[in-house]
Write a protein that binds this ligand. Structure first.
Ligand code: ATP
Ligand code: MG
Length: 400
C-alpha cells in the first residue's frame, strides 16, 4: 500500500500557550532526528497535529516503524489521498481497508467535508462507500459505536484523504521539552527504569555511575554502558560520566562506623553527582529509589542522604512495586542487562547491618573527622565520559 502522508496527533491537550509551542517544536526536531537517515521525509506542523510526507515508499514504511517509539506522539495514521470523486474514493477505500486487518472486525465509515461543493450528501456518501467496502470485505460487521475499523474520509478542495488504522504512539512528552537532568545509574533494575520514565516525561538525561575498580569489574562497567546505550534509544543521546570511587569508598570503610557507612556513601555520591550536575547545567538529579526497598530507602535514610543538597531529587519509582518496575524493565529491554551478575560498588562495600533509621547529626559527626572535599573534587575531575549517540530502535516494538 502506498501512503501519501502520515497524520500525527499530539497528546497533552492541556498544554497551553508557550508550552505548546515548545512541545511542538521539540517534537518536530526529535522526529527529524529519529528519521534523519531517511532522505525523502518532510514534516509540516500545525497547532494540534503534524503531517509527515515521504516520496520514497521505503522511507514512509520505515517512518511507520519508528514513530511508535517517539515520546510526545499520542497516535498516528497513514493517510491515502485521491481525487475527490465518488469512484476514486470508493477504489481508494478498498486499498485502505485491505491494508489492515478485517477478519471479524467492527466497521464504520465517517465523512468530514470541508469542500461543500461535493455533489452527494454526507449520509448518502457514507452509505455508498460502506456498501462498496462491505461487498469486498463481507466479514466486516457494521457498528456505529466504537468500531474497530473506522474509515475516515475527509473531503477537501485539494482532494479526498482516507485513513483507517490508528497506530498507538508512545505518549508522554518530547524528550528535551522538560529540561535536562542527571540520572544516577547503577547496574541494577531500578535506575534505568527511572531514567526511561523521566525521558518519557520529556526530560533529557546525562547519566552518572560510580565504579570502584578493581572491586568492581570491567564487565560491570560494560553493563552500565549497555544500559546507557539502551536509554539512548528513547529519543536522545545520553552522556555517561563514570566516577572513580574506589579511594572514597575505602576511606569511608576505614573512617566511618559500619552501620552508617551506607548513608555516608550515598551522601558522598550525591555530592559528587551534584557537582557534575552543576557543571553540565542540569537542573535535577534522578534516582531509582523506591520507598522501603532497602535500608537506604527508608524516609529516615532518604532524609539523611538528601541533606547534602537543595537540588531537586526526582524519584519516579518512589511509590512503585518491584514487580511493576520489573515489568517496565522487561518492556524497555533493560531487564536482561540489569540481571547480569556483575556487582556494583554499593553491593561490594555494603555493611551487614546498615541502619534503617540513621540520625543525621550522628552521620555528620562521624563524617566530620575526615576531609572528604578534596577527594570529591578529584573524583569529579577524573571522571571518564562516554557518549552514547541516539540509537535507532528496532527490537522492542512491544513498548506500549
Ligand atoms: P538500582 O536497581 O537502580 O540499583 P537498588 O534498588 O539497587 O536500585 P540502591 O542500590 O539502594 O537501590 O540504589 C538506589 C539508587 O542509588 C539507584 O537507583 C541509583 O539511582 C543510585 N545508585 C546506586 N548505586 C549507584 C552507582 N554505583 N552508580 C550510580 N548510581 C547509583
Ligand atoms: Mg543497586
Amino acid at each position: 500500500m502506498e501512503w501519501n502522508e502520515l497524520l500525527i496527533r499530539y497528546g497533552e491537550i492541556s498544554l497551553k500557550g508557550r508550552n505548546r509551542n515548545v512541545f511542538v517544536k521539540k517534537l518536530r526536531n526529535n522526529i527529524k532526528k529519529a528519521l534523519s537517515d531517511l532522505p525523502t521525509v518532510a514534516l509540516k506542523s500545525e497547532r494540534d497535529r503534524m503531517f509527515l510526507f515521504a516520496d520514497d515508499k521505503r522511507d514512509m514504511d520505515e517512518a511507520i516503524v519508528r514513530l511508535p517509539h517517539i515520546f510526545g506522539i499520542q497516535s498516528f495514521s497513514p493517510v491515502a489521498k485521491c481525487e475527490a470523486t465518488l469512484d476514486a474514493i470508493k477504489a481508494k477505500a478498498l486499498d485502505v481497508i485491505g491494508a489492515g486487518e478485517t477478519a471479524g472486525k467492527t466497521f464504520k465509515v465517517e465523512i468530514r467535508r470541508t469542500d461543500k461543493s461535493f455533489p452527494l450528501e454526507t449520509g448518502e456518501l457514507q452509505q455508498e462507500i460502506a456498501a462498496h467496502v462491505l461487498k469486498s470485505f463481507p466479514e466486516l460487521i457494521v457498528q456505529m459505536r466504537k468500531p474497530e475499523v473506522l474509515l475516515h474520509v475527509e473531503i477537501r478542495s485539494e482532494g479526498a484523504f482516507l485513513t483507517a488504522k490508528v497506530h498507538k504512539g508512545a505518549a508522554g512528552m518530547p524528550v528535551g521539552s522538560n529540561g535536562h537532568s542527571l540520572l544516577m545509574l547503577s547496574g541494577g533494575i531500578d535506575s534505568p527504569v527511572a531514567g526511561y520514565l523521566m525521558m518519557k516525561r520529556g526530560v533529557s538525561i546525562d547519566a552518572i555511575h560510580f565504579a570502584s575498580p578493581p572491586f568492581t569489574s570491567e564487565m560491570s562497567k560494560k553493563k552500565v554502558m549497555d544500559l546507557a546505550e539502551k536509554l539512548s534509544s528513547f529519543g536522545a543521546a545520553v552522556r555517561l560520566h563514570i566516577i572513580p570511587f574506589t579511594e572514597i569508598q575505602q576511606t569511608i570503610v576505614s573512617q566511618v562506623p559500619d552501620n552508617v557507612s551506607m548513608t555516608t556513601t550515598r551522601r558522598l555520591m550525591l555530592q559528587i553527582a551534584d557537582q557534575v550536575r552543576e557543571e553540565i547545567g542540569a537542573l535535577a538529579i534522578v534516582t531509582g529509589e523506591s520507598l522501603g526497598q532497602v535500608a537506604s530507602q527508608t524516609l529516615e535514610s532518604l532524609t539523611a542522604i538528601n541533606a547534602v543538597t537543595a537540588t531537586p531529587i526526582l524519584r519516579p519509582l518512589i511509590a512503585s512495586d518491584k514487580l511493576d518496575i520489573i515489568e517496565i524493565a522487561q518492556k524497555i529491554g533493560t531487564y536482561d542487562i540489569s540481571i547480569q551478575p556483575y556487582e556494583d560498588c554499593c553491593t561490594i562495600f555494603s555493611p551487614s547491618n546498615p541502619k534503617t533509621k540513621p540520625k543525621l547529626e550522628k552521620v555528620m559527626h562521624y563524617e566530620s573527622f575526615t576531609d572528604f572535599a578534596p577527594m570529591l573534587e578529584e573524583a569529579v575531575q577524573n571522571r571518564i565520559t562516554v557518549d552514547l549517540p541516539l540509537q535507532q530502535v528496532d527490537e522492542f516494538d512491544d513498548l506500549l
